[in-house]
Design a protein around this ligand. Structure first.
Ligand SMILES: Cc1cc2nc3c(=O)[nH]c(=O)nc-3n(C[C@H](O)[C@H](O)[C@H](O)COP(=O)(O)O)c2cc1C
Length: 344
């Protein structure tokens, strides 16, 4: 192990990596954790298109005898982005969560992040992810246990409540008791899933009332919506999920807008090249063509929403089975030189 790698393993160095990012004076742009999407090849691709300042892993789903999955660990160990990586964990068993956090800290992570937002019924019914937001004493205990266990930076990503945004007031009181290094607030309740409205006022409330940096998350889909979200919340950073799958240029576009430079939009042909890059990046050799095409449909569900003829594109894509059909459909819709805002 070389000296630089050795250094990145020291908790105080990792803590300062995150802290200095948030003290840089510019809003920090993070790539959101997205299960089965934000793996190592995807991180690599995002970094080639301008890239985020900070990368979150998909969640490590912690159970009592849990051993971290090798494929998620790979993104941290081989992190190809040149930027700090944050390891996200989800679960509710205090000992297992603390033990896993300590184990993950043996790798070059900038922080350990606790997921308090996952809205999937299979997760929240087990009182993990967003399900924990209904149990404030458990949240309190988990924050205390993890703060105690994590030597470096400890961060949390949460939704604003389970059923109602009004639950956020009490949640903030619990959060204020703990020394976090960053809180990412996805401005929806669990019940709201991915509904159209993001409660920016609730994110602003967190920014005003907490003594540590707060990142805003939810529906940042363009440089314009990024600037609006920052203005309305006062957040120290933005976390971007689906908008980055659809538009990998979004991080550069936001940086350009914030620096007062003109924002350039990709042409249809550049988007087509991105789809080809994505196909090459995320599809492993040896995997049958049909399975590769199937995998691409997951990404296309998001990208397709940004096309003018979204309905027709998604109709065709969902029915194709071969690589040839897949790229014929993409070419039909994208082989042009018009600028594409790539917004749903
Ligand atoms: C396919 C998918 C997988 C996700 N997986 C995770 C996850 O592993 N951990 C997490 O905290 N959030 C997860 N999320 C939520 C996102 O991180 C983010 O909070 C949400 O998409 C809202 O941000 P956006 O509007 O920029 O997409 C996932 C979202 C999607 C669409």
């Amino acid at each position: 192990m070389d000296q630089v790698e050795n250094l990145t393993l020291l908790p105080e160095v990792r803590c300062s990596a995150l802290r200095s990012l948030f003290q840089s004076g510019s809003p920090v742009l993070s790539l959101a954790p997205m299960q089965d999407i934000t793996d190592l090849p995807f991180w690599h691709l995002m970094s080639k298109y301008g890239g985020a300042d900070l990368y979150f892993t998909e969640f490590f789903r912690v159970t009592p005898h849990y051993v971290p999955e090798k494929n998620i660990l790979r993104s941290i160990i081989e992190n190809p982005t040149g930027r700090p990586a944050v390891a996200q964990i989800i679960g509710n068993d205090l000992d297992a969560m603390a033990r896993t956090a300590k184990a993950l800290e043996k790798h070059p992570v900038a922080a350990i992040d606790l997921n308090l937002g996952c809205p999937a019924p299979v997760v929240y019914r087990k009182c993990a992810g967003g399900g924990l937001l209904r149990d404030l004493p458990r949240v309190d205990a988990l924050l205390a246990a993890l703060r105690d266990a994590v030597e470096g930076a400890f961060t949390v990503k949460m939704r604003i409540g389970f059923e109602s945004p009004g639950e956020f007031d009490a949640l903030l009181e619990v959060f204020a008791k703990h020394r976090l290094d960053l809180l990412t607030v996805h401005g929806r309740t669990v019940a709201e899933k991915y509904g159209p409205h993001v409660h920016l006022d609730r994110i602003a409330q967190a920014v005003r009332s907490l003594p540590f940096p707060v990142q805003a998350n939810g529906n940042v889909v363009s440089a314009t919506s990024a600037v609006e979200t920052l203005a309305q919340t006062g957040a120290a950073g933005l976390m971007i999920g689906r908008g980055a799958i659809r538009n990998p240029w979004i991080f550069s576009q936001i940086r350009d807008r914030l620096a007062g430079r003109e924002v350039s939009l990709p042409t249809g042909r550049q988007v087509l090249d991105y789809v080809s890059d994505l196909y090459e990046a995320v599809c492993s050799p040896g995997v049958p063509e049909k399975a590769q095409v199937q995998k691409m449909k997951k990404y296309m569900n998001f990208l397709g929403e940004g096309l003018d003829d979204s309905v027709a594109f998604l109709y065709d894509i969902r029915r194709c089975a071969t690589r040839y059909e897949f790229f014929s459909i993409c070419s039909r819709h994208l082989d042009h030189g018009r600028a594409m805002p790539l917004q749903p």
